[in-house]
Design a protein around this ligand. Structure first.
Ligand SMILES: Cc1ncc(COP(=O)(O)O)c(C=O)c1O
Length: 488
């Protein structure tokens, strides 16, 4: 091979790309845009009704959205493109408290200037999408930052990037299957949720989400930790012993055929149910002894608890073989240990993601790492306590909305749940229809919530704790109170 000789001219030891990023004209333009975002964002100071002058055009947008989608939207939500922290403006000019953030995506809320800057910088990239064949360094830097945090309390070593949580889970499943081939069974918890691909919809424990799908994935279901059931059985030890026996029965029935056990350490969609360390540890010990991969789905739990990873909070990092993150990380990833690093060819695809997802996702992880979010006195723990205080005050004011729920073990505090920035409240006995209606009424009153659980149903919040202020809670709860008052 002959090499083409370059002319001997003095060139700066930098690339043209680096020069573009350092260009004073570019820096000034980005500063100007970020300042303008901050100025417009600051104009939103609280919830407000829609602008009557925009009603017709908003309805037209809704109609167009529904027509192309084939069904109406769950909420009449189309954003205007500007928000301020937990507040978001919709295209009808209304402003709402966003307490669900796209189901946990926007931990730093709306129009965050630091993230806007990262997004603008990524707009300088020569291409939008990066892939396995060719990529700028943003993808690897994001992965390195993520793995750097994961490594602190686990053996996780590598990350493979993808564009959705379901795809990250698909990749995790393949990694487990390949490692333990020909084992083809999966163990999962009752009420788990893993995404909407055909396989994840089969493993996920919601029959509505797999209607009409052929079933070709072999799943054995174990009970999730249930403190109330444990009390009724005569204590934690009995509950754990019974579950371990059940697991051993599955393993005995299908010897050598289980590739992995998929753990949501805190269940999201299933009802914000919190796992118990002793229970999870006992199960993981069995998995380890029987060479069944331990796979954590932290797509919803990542970042928002009292530690960055739920496994750190529960001190279970030594057990994890494979782990998935998504949602607030913007780019999704499957992480694995040295032992689980798959053979070439197993994981690929055209896209790993967009430069904007990598750059913004990296800033999210850095800010979580450096921002005082974790520990007993961290922001997540403090904001969680503030939520509980507000919820308790609402319950004291309107006890008629909060009857006891048997499966939660009663009323009062038992109707307030979750951890960190993953919080739930259970009015109306957890009745599905009323919880749905409560979500709609609360939306109209200026706060966006969602639901979770499979009965009882709960009001679910994934608030943007990264930008949430103490003074926001009473304002949010005033909207919730008005909303619940309208539920028939
Ligand atoms: C625990 C869990 N796993 C997987 C997923 C799927 O992620 P995605 O919707 O990005 O595919 C979700 C989404 O809600 C989730 O909560």
């Amino acid at each position: 091979m002959t090499t083409v000789k370059q002319p001997m001219t003095a060139t700066p030891s930098t690339t043209t790309g680096a020069q573009l990023h350092a260009s004073p004209a570019v820096r000034a333009a980005i500063d100007a845009i970020v300042n303008e975002i901050a100025a417009k964002s600051a104009m939103l100071t609280g919830e407000r009704a829609g602008n009557p002058g925009l009603k017709e055009s908003y309805e037209a947008l809704m109609k167009r959205a529904s027509e192309v989608r084939g069904r109406g939207l769950l909420y009449p939500y189309i954003g205007s493109g500007v928000g301020n922290g937990a507040l978001v403006e919709l295209a009808d000019g209304s402003v709402k408290w966003d307490m669900i953030c796209g189901i946990g995506v926007n931990f730093f809320g709306h129009s965050d200037t630091d993230l806007a800057r990262a997004a603008l910088e990524s707009g300088l990239d020569d291409v939008v999408k990066h892939g396995n064949l060719s990529s700028n360094f943003g993808a690897f830097e994001f992965a390195q930052t993520l793995v750097g945090e994961a490594k602190k309390n686990s053996r996780l070593k590598y990350a493979y990037l993808s564009t959705s949580g379901a795809m990250a889970n698909e990749n995790a499943l393949k990694v487990c299957f390949q490692k333990h081939a020909p084992a083809s069974r999966v163990i999962a918890f009752n009420d788990c949720f893993m995404g909407r691909s055909t396989t994840m919809a089969q493993i996920g424990d919601t029959s509505d989400y797999r209607q009409g799908l052929p079933l070709n994935t072999l799943v054995d279901y174990m009970p999730f930790w249930d403190g109330v059931a444990a009390e009724r059985m005569g204590g934690k030890v009995r509950f754990i012993d019974a579950a371990v026996k059940q697991l051993e029965t599955f393993i005995h029935r299908y010897p050598g055929q289980h590739a992995c056990f998929i753990f949501e350490l805190i269940q999201g969609e299933g009802g914000f149910n919190i796992g118990d360390r002793d229970y999870l540890k006992a199960i993981m010990e069995v998995c380890r002894a029987k060479r069944i991969a331990v796979w954590f789905d932290e797509i919803q739990t990542f970042g928002r608890g009292e530690r960055m990873f739920a496994y750190e909070w529960l001190n279970l990092g030594e057990y994890v073989d494979v782990l998935c993150v998504g949602k607030m990380t913007q780019a999704c990833a499957t992480l694995y240990t040295e032992e689980y690093n798959p053979k070439a060819g197993l994981l690929s695809g055209t896209f790993t993601g967009e430069g904007v997802s990598f750059r913004v996702g990296q800033r999210v992880i850095e800010r979580l790492r450096d921002g005082g979010y974790y520990g007993d006195q961290g922001i997540c723990a403090k904001q969680h306590a503030a939520f509980r205080a507000q919820a308790a005050a609402l319950m004291a004011k309107h006890p008629e909305w909060f009857p006891a729920v048997e499966s939660l073990g009663g009323g009062g505090e038992r109707l307030i749940g979750g951890t960190g920035g993953m919080v739930r409240l259970t009015p109306f006995g957890g009745d599905k229809k009323k919880i749905n209606e409560a979500c709609k009424m609360c939306f109209e009153e200026g706060v966006i919530l969602f639901y979770c659980g499979h009965g009882p149903y709960h009001l679910r919040m994934l608030p943007p704790l990264g930008v949430f202020k103490d003074s926001d809670w009473p304002r949010v709860f005033a909207c919730i109170e008005r909303g619940l008052a309208r539920v028939k």
